[in-house]
Design a protein around this ligand. Structure first.
Ligand code: SAM
Length: 438
């Protein structure tokens, strides 16, 4: 029996991409939702994932190529345009699939969807297969050329070159096109070696309690079910240790959900306690679930609250240590969350910086004298990192910067830890620390 198009790998990939392109859905959520109810084989599901993430990660490049073959994109049905994008992705980047099979599948999909465009799809894809691709190096405007080459928006190319210079920025662009590795934190450090051997993973170069694998899942292992490992990027694992918790502290986690860092901090506490806030009530359940799985619920209390108003809720001199894992652009997560690059724009940095400073300005009123605020983000844009710290210090003379240290010298920048994604193939991440002097 012939499968209907919805039950093929490419048809499923097109359904997900339609959600992302036409309805602004997040690719990981749309993919999970579609695949969870699907009867596709494991192999086909892997192909759907590859097609969705691959096409998204290369979208700007694919669109530039396609513009050379189609006359007026606006006249095309979006479904037809998406078929062409996915097919082009396969033709250019997936060597294992023969070109005739890719073209044939695309034509079948166009036919099945009754687009009346099967002839058109066939003609365009045959033109692509029968000629050499246009040369990206022919693009005269430099930032536009890099944008097409690395499939990153022009504004992001500009910002990263401004912040890091061309050589480092190119290394970052290149690395963002690579696949993410899998990483976990081992919750009982004495079991590191045992878990590494059992899961075929390696010790992280950044985190003393981190394990990594080039690919594959940890979530299906028994260690995960038993709470002995937790999924966390190596960079996020750096936060709790730099807070140097002694055990007795009153801690505020101002932007806590889903609670990855809350539970890590809790593992250092004995008589101490964490107040975990998040702006969104529904996200607090995730913190509680995390705490339950890792057996630290008794040390954590959750509350829905705006971190910009923390000083209204708690008086002065309330907390020993505060973590502001701030809402940010998430540019450091692009490798894992490929659509971030299309959902942000330059003006977001301004508004995010304002929120980040407002949060710091509020929480700093509740920290005790001698107390510490740790500020972290998963972005590598200076606007949200160094600039925020500089501006905070300029307007708060009662605070000083605590100079952070790490065995990997290349992530130490001006007393902060700045991990860019090309250095250790991790997320991009930033940590700074402030102490209240008087
Ligand atoms: C980077 S995430 C935190 C990740 C978390 N610390 C972890 O390790 O799992 C930022 C969080 O801040 C929350 N948030 C955004 N604006 C906020 C605000 N004004 N007050 C409190 N939380 C806020 C978001 O809902 C989001 O959950």
């Amino acid at each position: 029996m012939v499968k209907s198009w919805q039950h093929t790998a490419r048809g499923t990939a097109l359904l997900v991409l339609g959600e992302v392109f036409d309805h602004d859905a997040y690719s990981n959520l749309a993919l999970t939702k579609t695949l969870s109810g699907s009867t596709l084989t494991k192999q086909d599901k892997a192909l759907v994932t590859e097609l969705v993430y691959g096409t998204l990660a290369r979208k700007i490049t694919l669109e530039w190529y396609l513009a050379h073959y189609i006359e007026d994109r606006d006249k095309l049905d979006s479904w037809v345009y998406h078929i062409l994008l996915v097919s082009l992705y396969q033709l250019i980047y997936l060597d294992r699939l023969p070109a005739h099979a890719v073209v044939n599948e695309a034509v079948q999909l166009a036919k099945a969807k009754r687009t009346h465009a099967e002839g058109y799809v066939n003609a365009i894809l045959r033109k692509v297969v029968g000629s050499s691709l246009p040369d990206i190096q022919s693009i005269k405007r430099l930032n536009k050329r890099y944008s097409v080459q690395y499939s990153l928006p022009v504004w992001l190319i500009k910002v990263l070159i401004e912040d890091y210079g061309e050589t480092r920025a190119f290394a970052i662009f290149e690395s963002l096109a690579q696949r993410n590795k899998a990483s976990v934190r081992v919750t009982r450090p004495d079991q590191l070696r045992e878990v590494a051997e059992a899961t075929g993973s390696e010790q992280s170069l950044l985190s003393p309690v981190g394990l990594t694998k080039p690919s594959g899942h940890f979530a299906s292992s028994d260690y995960f079910k038993e709470g002995l490992i937790t999924i966390q990027d190596e960079t996020s694992q750096l936060v709790a240790p730099v807070m140097r918790l002694e055990g007795h502290e009153q801690v505020l986690d101002a932007c806590a959900a889903p609670g990855g860092k809350t539970v890590h901090m809790a593992s250092y506490l004995t008589s101490g306690h964490i107040t975990a806030l998040d702006l969104y009530d529904h996200k607090l359940a995730l913190i509680r679930e995390n705490a339950l799985r890792l057996g630290v619920s008794d040390k954590i209390e959750t509350k829905q609250w705006d971190a910009r108003k923390v000083h209204d809720l708690f008086g002065a001199d309330h907390f020993d240590k505060i973590l502001v894992d701030a809402p940010c652009s998430g540019i450091g997560l692009i490798r894992r969350k490929t659509d971030i690059r299309y959902k942000k724009e330059l003006s977001d940095f301004q508004s995010l910086q304002k929120i980040q400073l407002e949060i710091l300005d509020s929480v700093c009123q509740t920290v005790k004298k001698g107390g510490i605020i740790t500020y972290s983000t998963c972005t590598i844009v200076h606007h949200e990192n160094f600039q925020v710290i500089q501006q905070f210090l300029a307007s708060h003379p009662e605070f000083e910067q605590v100079m952070l240290d790490h065995p990997q010298r290349d992530i130490m920048v001006d007393g902060c830890l700045l991990v860019t994604p090309e250095l250790y193939m991790t997320d991009g991440f930033f940590i700074a620390q402030l102490r209240r002097k008087f």
